[in-house]
Design a protein around this ligand. Structure first.
Ligand code: GLN
Length: 261
């Protein structure tokens, strides 16, 4: 399983979001604390971010581990953005390790990520829109092809994510924590995996797991109880929308299920 982080708010550097936090994505690439499936996230990483100069995001991705990329570390301190989606990847069993399988996926102004696994590839392929050509056979790329077809048809982002997660979820067991943003609105689903949100004075962080020292240990350590209020874990089968600093959540359809292996 992968680990994701999204930020929307005042501009922050990629370094401060991805590399600096004591239990942030860099640490999560080799020692995640809340990961239920997989142990390390060494099959690549990607970062997408928006700049005021154009509506389409910039995207950097590679199939190498985050910890080994000195070039990214060198530039991350001088890139600032008010909307970032980043992820470290642990390829699911049977999935290819290649750059085209690495999130974030992008098209036009959209960035997309998937934390989870839909094991039955034939069911997924059967749900692909006619004529869709996913850039990789990884399940995430197939899900992206489905979501982006809805966006192309004019469906709002939240509805597109909710529709695809529930349609695929009805057809086959799977874990689908999806992340979708256009730089203005951020949508995420909790469907089978961990998802946390933290409101700060200058923006909102959404993450697969908390990145700060005390928060993730809070429920195991009474001394840290005060910090635990910073991060909130979302219930399974929840849709999260963040827009202009406002957070809304709603239930996604169906009964909670055990995550697919
Ligand atoms: N199934 C996706 C992949 O193989 C996502 C993996 C994950 O969440 N670990 O890339």
């Amino acid at each position: 399983m992968c680990r994701f982080l999204a930020w929307t708010g005042q501009p922050r550097t990629l370094e401060s979001l991805v590399l600096d936090p004591p239990f942030g994505l860099l640490r999560q690439s080799y020692a995640p604390r809340r990961q239920k499936y997989g142990t390390v996230n060494a099959d690549g990483f990607g970062v997408g971010w928006y700049s005021p100069s154009r509506p389409e995001p910039a995207r950097y991705r590679t199939s190498q581990p985050l910890w080994s990329d000195e070039s990214f570390a060198s530039i991350a301190g001088v890139i600032e953005s008010g909307c970032v989606l980043a992820g470290v990847r642990s390829a699911s069993v049977g999935m290819p390790v290649e750059v085209t399988a690495t999130a974030p996926f992008t098209d036009g102004r959209w960035l997309f990520g998937h934390n989870g696994f839909v094991p039955d590839a034939s069911v997924l392929r059967g749900l692909l829109p006619r004529g869709a050509v996913p850039e990789s056979r990884v399940d995430s790329a197939l899900l992206w092809a489905m979501v982006s077809a809805q966006l192309d048809a004019g469906r709002p982002a939240a509805a597109a994510v909710a529709d695809i997660v529930t349609a695929v979820g009805e057809a086959t067991p799977g874990r689908m924590n999806l992340f979708l943003t256009d730089g203005e609105q951020l949508v995420a689903s909790a469907w089978g995996d961990t998802l946390w949100v933290r409101e700060t004075t200058d923006g909102v962080l959404v993450a697969s797991e908390p990145e700060s020292e005390n928060d993730a240990d809070a429920d195991a350590d009474a001394d840290n109880e005060a910090d635990s209020t910073d991060w909130h874990e979302l219930h399974d089968r929840t849709l999260l929308i963040v827009e202009q600093g406002r957070i809304t959540t709603s239930a996604l359809g169906g009964d909670p299920q055990e995550g697919a292996a």
